[in-house]
Design a protein around this ligand. Structure first.
Ligand code: FES
Ligand code: MG
Length: 572
C-alpha cells in the first residue's frame, strides 16, 4: 500500500512524521494488534447500536460478519460508533438529528485512518444520514442496512409495524378491540429485530441506497433475521477491500443519472414522502438536484409495480421473496439510465444482464400490468407554496383531487391539539384544514401533516378531508394531505398569512395549490406578519439558523456541496 494508507492515513505530524507514525502504531498495539495487522489496509465499520434503537438490534452480528469479510480479504476491520437514531425514541422528532448524525459520520470517516468504510444503518433517518456523510467524505463507502422485520401473527392474521399499529389503534379507539386484546397485539406488531415491515421510510431508503449503487446488489430487502443478511454483510466487507484496488468513489456512484433512477424507483414502489426530502439531501451533497417539474415528469411516466403496505397488500419480506430490487429494476429497465455504476464497479446494465428465473407477480408486477399507471407522489406549486409542496396521490381520496374550500387554520401544533376535538370547532367536510409552524425551522418538521379528522366530523363518518401544512407525515399514513409546503411559515412563506375563512384551491390534475386571495392583500399581510422568535441556544439554535427548506432536503446550508444551487432565494 502507499505510504498514506492504513493506520498512516491522514497523520497529523508537527515536523516529525516518523514519530507520529511510531506513536500511532504504539497506541494501536495497545488494542492487541500484531505488527503484521498494523501494516494492512484498514476498513472502517460505522456501527450504530443503541439501547434506544430496536431497528439496529442485530448490529453486533452484522459488525462481526462485515469484519469476517474484511479479514478474509486481507484487510483490518475497525468498527467505530456514531450517533444512532431510533425513530420512535427521539423528541421532538428524529428529523432534527439526521443532520447531526450525517455530520458525525462524515467527520469520523474523514478524521480516522480508514481506506474504505462500511456504514451500517437501517432505521428511517440513519441511512440518509450515512449516505449524506459518505457523499461528502467521498472515500470508498458501502451502505449496509439492518433489513426489515419479519411479520408477527395474531389470531390468524399477519401483523407488521407500523401500518398495522395504526389499524389496530383505530379499532381500539372505535371500541372494536378491547384493552386485553390491544395489550396482546402490542407484543405482536414488531415481532423481530429490523426496520418497519412495510414500504415506509426505512424500506424506501434501503431500496434507494441499492438503486443509487451504494449497497451491494440484492441486499436492500433481505429480512433482518435471515441468514442471507449476514452473508450480505460478509460480502459487503469483502467488497470494501476490493474497492482499494478497484476504487469507486461516492462521487462516481451518486450522479444525476443514479439520482434520477432512485427517484423513479421511489415512484415505482409508491415509497415514502420522506424519501423525497432525504434523496434531495443526499443528492445535494454532490451538487445534484431534481426539480419539481422533473419529479412530476418521472412520476407521470413511472408505473407503480409493487403491491405493498401501506398503499397495497404485502410486506417487505414478501418483496424480498418475490425477487426484490433486482426483479423490480428489470421491469423498469426501459426507463432507467443503465450506465450508472455501483460499489462493485459494474454498470446497471451489467447487473441486469442475467434474466431472473422466477418473480412473484402478485408482489412485483410486470411493467405492462401495473398496480397503477402513474407514480404515487407529485409535487404541487402555487402562490401558497412558491417553492413547492408534495402530495401522495396514491394515498389520497380521488373525489378530493379537485377541491376548493374554506380554510380552517391552526396556528401551531399546540393550537391543533387544543382545539381539534372541540365540539364548537367551525368546520365541515368541505373545508381545508391548514396547519402552520410545523416546518423545519419552526419545529424540526415533525410527522404532523397527518392532521387527525376532528372528532365532530369523524362521528359523522367523515374519513378524509384536504389537509395542508409545512410538516411531514409518516411513510405509513394515508389521506388527501399536502405536505412540505415551502417556504415554511417560520421562513416567511405565504402559508404564514392564511386566515380562517380564506378560500384555497387544490388541483391534482393541474398540480396546483392556490390561496384565492389577491396578490396585493397577500403582500399586505406578509408585510404585517411578525417575524418568528430568534433561535434557541446549542444544536437546536444551529439547526434553526442553518436548516434549508424541504426542496433542498432540510440539510444544513453549510453542509451542502459548494456547487449546489441556492435556487430557493430564501432569506433567513
Ligand atoms: Fe425504525 Fe420504523 S422505527 S424503521
Ligand atoms: Mg417513519
Amino acid at each position: 500500500m502507499a505510504e498514506d494508507h492504513g493506520f498512516k492515513r491522514g497523520l497529523t505530524n508537527y515536523g516529525d512524521r516518523d514519530f507520529a507514525v511510531y506513536l500511532r502504531r504504539s497506541f494501536a498495539r495497545s488494542m492487541g494488534l500484531s505488527r503484521e495487522m498494523l501494516d494492512k489496509p484498514v476498513i472502517g465499520i460505522a456501527m450504530t447500536p443503541s439501547g434506544f434503537n430496536n431497528c439496529h438490534r442485530t448490529m453486533p452480528e452484522l459488525v462481526e460478519a462485515v469484519s469476517r469479510g474484511v479479514l478474509a480479504a486481507g484487510a483490518l476491520p475497525r468498527a467505530f460508533p456514531t450517533t444512532s437514531l431510533g425513530e420512535v425514541f427521539l423528541n421532538p422528532t428524529s428529523m432534527v438529528y439526521r443532520n447531526l448524525m450525517a455530520m458525525d459520520t462524515e467527520e469520523m470517516v474523514r478524521a480516522q485512518p480508514m481506506d474504505a468504510v462500511v456504514l451500517i444503518g437501517g432505521c428511517d433517518k440513519t441511512v440518509p444520514a450515512q449516505l449524506m456523510g459518505a457523499a461528502s467524505a467521498n472515500i470508498p463507502a458501502i451502505q449496509l442496512v439492518t433489513g426489515p422485520m419479519s411479520t408477527g401473527h395474531h389470531r390468524g392474521e399477519r401483523l407488521g409495524a407500523c401500518t398495522d399499529c395504526r389499524r389496530f389503534w383505530g379499532k381500539f379507539r372505535a371500541g372494536e378491540v378491547d384493552q386485553e386484546e390491544i395489550d396482546i397485539v402490542e407484543g405482536r406488531l414488531a415481532a423481530t429485530a429490523g426496520t418497519c415491515a412495510v414500504m415506509g421510510t426505512a424500506s424506501t431508503m434501503a431500496i434507494i441506497a441499492e438503486v443509487l449503487g451504494m449497497s451491494l446488489p440484492g441486499t436492500a430487502a433481505i429480512p433482518a433475521v435471515h441468514a442471507d443478511r449476514l452473508v450480505g454483510a460478509e460480502a459487503s466487507g469483502t467488497a470494501a477491500v476490493r474497492m482499494l484496488t478497484h476504487p469507486v468513489l461516492p462521487s462516481e456512484i451518486i450522479t444525476q443519472k443514479s439520482v434520477e433512477n432512485a427517484m423513479r424507483v421511489l415512484m415505482a414502489v409508491s415509497g415514502s414522502t420522506n424519501a423525497v426530502i432525504h434523496l434531495a439531501a443526499v443528492a445535494g451533497r454532490r451538487g445534484i438536484r431534481i426539480g419539481d417539474d422533473q419529479l412530476n415528469a418521472i412520476s407521470d411516466e413511472t408505473p407503480v409495480l409493487v403491491d405493498l403496505k401501506p398503499v397495497g397488500k404485502g410486506y417487505l419480506e414478501d418483496f424480498h421473496a418475490a425477487g426484490g430490487v433486482g426483479a423490480l429494476l428489470r421491469e423498469l429497465k426501459p426507463l432507467l439510465h443503465l450506465d450508472t455504476v455501483d460499489v462493485l464497479g459494474q454498470t446497471l446494465e451489467e447487473r441486469l444482464e442475467e434474466p431472473l428465473d422466477w418473480v412473484d407477480r402478485n408482489v412485483i408486477r410486470a411493467f405492462n400490468d401495473p398496480v397503477s399507471p402513474q407514480g404515487g407522489l407529485i409535487a404541487l406549486s402555487g402562490n401558497i407554496a412558491p417553492q413547492g409542496a408534495i402530495f401522495k396521490r396514491a394515498a389520497a381520496t380521488e373525489s378530493l383531487f379537485e377541491t376548493e374550500g374554506r380554510a380552517v387554520v391552526f396556528e401551531s401544533l399546540e393550537d391543533l391539539s387544543q382545539r381539534i376535538d372541540n365540539t364548537d370547532l367551525d368546520i365541515t367536510e368541505d373545508d381545508i384544514m391548514v396547519l402552520k409552524n410545523a416546518g423545519p425551522i419552526a419545529s424540526g418538521m415533525p410527522e404532523a401533516g397527518y392532521l387527525p379528522i376532528p372528532k365532530k366530523l369523524a362521528k359523522q363518518g367523515v374519513k378524509d378531508i384536504v389537509r395542508i401544512s409545512d410538516a411531514r407525515m409518516s411513510g405509513t399514513a394515508f389521506g388527501s394531505i399536502v405536505l412540505h409546503i415551502a417556504p415554511e411559515t417560520a421562513a416567511g412563506g405565504p402559508l404564514a398569512i392564511v386566515e380562517n375563512g380564506d378560500r384555497i384551491r387544490l388541483s391534482v390534475s393541474e398540480k396546483r395549490i392556490e390561496l384565492l386571495v389577491d396578490d396585493a392583500e397577500i403582500a399586505r399581510r406578509l408585510e404585517a406578519h411578525a417575524k418568528p422568535a430568534p433561535p434557541p441556544r446549542g444544536y437546536r439554535g444551529l439547526y434553526a439558523r442553518s436548516v434549508t427548506q424541504a426542496p433542498e432536503g432540510c440539510d444544513f446550508d453549510f453542509l451542502q456541496h459548494e456547487s449546489t444551487a441556492r435556487w430557493t432565494g430564501l432569506t433567513r
